[in-house]
Design a protein around this ligand. Structure first.
Ligand code: GUN
Ligand code: FE
Length: 445
């Protein structure tokens, strides 16, 4: 591995390196709890078959003969997880932010997504998208594709080839969309079911996630049918919730008999416990918060998107104090870049902004280890034991090297500097469940 030095390469009787145990050496940082970084300077991570066995500051004698991958003073941190991203919106990320959500969807998003009926656009842009996520260190994510089943399957196949480990959903929408981006209820359900079965066969490492776009896009019959698929195939769900006042009013008009937006999803079986991601949750009511907590819903905090579309600011501190699970998400294309280090920063900035308002006075803004935890362990737990280096966790890791350290910064200070001012050029290696992942599609610019 370029940039990593192998020491003591151990060979067994047949002359091949022992495959199951790997040892990594470097400045290790992670957040087993949100309150502080755990830092092991010049330490060792012992990885067994892709899973972390332990972290130590000195190598125990039992491992003395094993190979050590020496990262030569680089930082080793958990990989980033993005719990809400729209793959087909990558080509239009950054456009149309003089509009709020509903006109932005009409003018920018829907026309952009309609392009993914085209196999050539699908190939080119989904490869670019996966290369980009790889480059910024997003190793696991939950993505919306489009309503096109063929194009969605292609994104799943390309993801399987890439070595990244997302869950992906075909978007369902059978009302309130333009002609080019609408399907009949029956077609939507049949195509979704077919895709669930096909992807289980063709893309075993890529999970399928049921993806009603949001309540205004899906009829009661479609939501009912998707709820039945959740139950039948034991699937997770992702959607949007309480992003914008116009959207919330619209849901109230469409479902006057259901007391809140969140309860519409619940009513139709679209809130499986511990397996649901709801993006935004900016304007949640008390009764919605109680439901989100009871169902252990993952709130995907999209601070950059919420600012771009003037949607609002999620009260993160109050939600955390209340006991909600919050992860960090890019929401590309309403977020303009996928880089999770930027979203960590923007989540902190949004929280600081709120804490300066009179009605939030005295509220502690989000701290860096808390935001890092949200982007690693909190989001990672959606995928299993992911996002930390505690024993039993998958070794999902980034090696981060910054060549200039003129002030003799500590490992934590170097991480802070990377999060605030660094970019993908500092990430030299990426591991998913112990396997190093190369650039997925070097053939594409
Ligand atoms: N609500 C429904 N669809 C979308 C989308 O594509 N992006 C955002 N930010 N909100 C949505
Ligand atoms: Fe979104």
């Amino acid at each position: 591995m370029d940039g990593i030095t192998q020491h003591n390469t151990y060979r067994n009787d047949t002359g091949t390196a022992v495959p199951t145990i790997r040892i990594f050496k470097g400045d290790i940082l992670h957040t087993p709890t949100p309150d502080a970084f755990e830092v092991v300077e010049d330490g060792f991570i012992i990885v067994d078959n892709g899973t972390v066995r332990r972290i130590t500051s000195a190598l125990p004698s039992e491992y003395a003969n094993l190979p050590v991958a020496d990262c030569n003073g680089s930082l080793i941190i958990p990989g980033f997880n993005d719990l809400h991203i729209h793959a087909p919106q990558y080509p239009m990320a950054g456009l149309g932010f003089d509009y709020e959500l509903l006109p932005w969807l009409e003018r920018y998003t829907f026309p952009a997504e309609a392009n993914f009926a085209d196999p050539e656009i699908t190939q080119r842009w989904y490869k670019r998208f996966l290369n980009k996520l790889w480059s910024v260190g997003t190793l696991r994510f939950s993505a919306f594709a489009t309503l096109h089943a063929g194009s969605t399957l292609e994104l799943m196949r390309l993801s399987q080839r890439s070595g990244l480990r997302p869950v992906i959903g075909k978007v369902n929408m059978d009302r309130n969309a333009p002609e080019s981006l609408i399907e009949s209820t029956d077609d939507s359900l049949a195509a979704t079911q077919k895709l669930i079965e096909k992807s289980r066969e063709l893309t075993p490492d890529i999970g399928f996630i049921i993806t009603p776009r949001f309540v205004p896009s899906t009829t009661p019959e479609l939501m009912q049918g998707l709820g039945a698929l959740v139950e039948r195939y034991d699937l997770p769900v992702q959607s949007h919730l309480d992003e914008n006042f116009g959207e919330i009013d619209w849901v109230r008009e469409l479902h006057p008999d259901i007391p809140s937006y969140a309860e519409v999803y619940e009513h139709y079986g679209l809130m499986p416990e511990g397996r649901t991601i709801m993006a935004h949750c900016v304007h949640t009511s008390e009764r919605e918060r109680a439901l989100l907590k009871a169902r252990h819903v993952y709130l995907a905090h999209c601070a950059q998107s919420n600012m771009n579309l003037t949607s609002g600011i999620m009260p993160v501190r109050r939600n955390l104090d209340y006991g909600l699970t919050i992860s960090i998400a890019s929401d590309v294309g309403a977020g303009h870049v996928p880089d999770i280090n930027h979203h960590i920063v923007q989540s902190i900035e949004a929280s600081k902004m709120l804490s300066m308002l009179p009605e939030h006075q005295g509220e502690r803004p989000l701290l860096l280890p808390e935001a890092f935890y949200m982007a690693t362990k909190a989001g990672g737990s959606f995928f299993g034991r992911v996002g930390s280096f505690e024993p039993g966790y998958d070794f999902d890791a980034l090696v981060i090297r910054e060549d200039d350290n003129p002030l003799g910064l500590s490992p934590q200070e170097r991480l802070e500097r990377y999060i605030y001012a660094g970019d993908d050029r500092s990430i030299t290696h990426r591991f998913v469940a112990g396997r190093e992942i190369p650039l997925p599609f070097p053939d594409i610019a």
